[in-house]
Design a protein around this ligand. Sequence first.
Ligand SMILES: [Zn+2]
Length: 427
Amino acid sequence: MIGSSVVLRTRSWIVLCLGGFLGLLTTASPAAFAANCPGHPDALGTSRTLVVDPREHPRIGTMQYRETLPLKDHEVVLTFDDGPLPKYSNQVLQILADECIKATFFIIGQQAKANPEGVRKLVAAGHTVGTHSMDHPLTFDRMPIEKAEAEINGGIAWTSAAMTDPSKLAPFFRIPGLMRAEGVENLLISRGIQVWSADFPADDWRHVSSDRVYQLAIQRLEAKGKGILLLHDIQARTVAALPKIIRDLKARGYRIVHVVPASADQPATPTTPVEWLLHPPTETTPIARWPSVPNFVFTQTGTLPAPALADLNAQTRHQPLLPRRTKALTDVATTLPVPGRDLFAIPEGSIDVLLSTTLSRRAATRLAIAAETPRGPKGKPAKPQGRRTAHAAPAAPKQTRIGQAGSRQAKSAAPRPTHVAGLKKRA
Ligand SMILES: [Zn+2]
């Protein structure tokens, strides 16, 4: 088993390198990988093997976690849960074999117990095998941790018992129904087991058509551009949808990635932390995070001395720190031209307006109108042209004493101390 595995992995790396070379020459045609699928020249193939260290990235799958597998754009990882169930699992195995695709299977302990041969077939075909609990309870988010641990242990025990070489069991676990709980995750992580969620499901456990499964798989993959697809190898609709999904993946230029756990003789594929994010931030993407404030270490905590006058850049001999007086230039006046005689001349009629600055607005308006009104014979204003000028008074100054003037015209007449009039009026 070990020997054949090494050969398989070596071949994967050769495929990877060859794919890389051809990619440089022919802009990464998926056909390059299919060349290594004997008898199936049109196969999708497996483009590369990704070796992961569960301890470095313990939770993956953007359906629930921040990180996911460090896949490149248009790379897909296929995962199948709940098997093995011979009727459907064998068909899934055959479809994958025909396409030379390597996937990851999450085994239920009860299924391994009932069908250990199914587990051995998966390992023999070179797929990665993780576990999925003993009885698949959908209560991992609320069951006692001891019960969760028993479920985890049962799945591992029966799956590895079904294997010829138990070391083939990958330390990968998918919580049934993705019913995650922090206690369960921490327990798994403390044992070096990687918690696998997914990046998108295809709802193949629901009562939908196989066509719907195919559509959801492709639509959701297209929306994210890459990622871990969650399927079930115990469903007839999945078996029916799988060939179509694979054909479409190839037509759309997607590549299959096989994931294996790191081991002593197989170190993890070198990656950078940012590659474990589905969409790593780029320089053109604004990040909604404030830069963290650095921790300063204050070596001097005592009070600082008061600054000396010299520190303020002042001349100590001329002590007052007041603004300095600037000497006026004595010959400024001589350099300016003498103003013309008419500079201060007030145009005729403007006097009323100038005086009105002390009047009320209404009175000022009247004055201004009166000043502009053309004069009729005998100094009387011409007939008013509009309503607003109906009460306009003659602008000619007439020293009528306020109070004695009986006519309305006199009341609104021009230059007079209006403030007095106002007071009188009010009284
Ligand atoms: Zn399941």
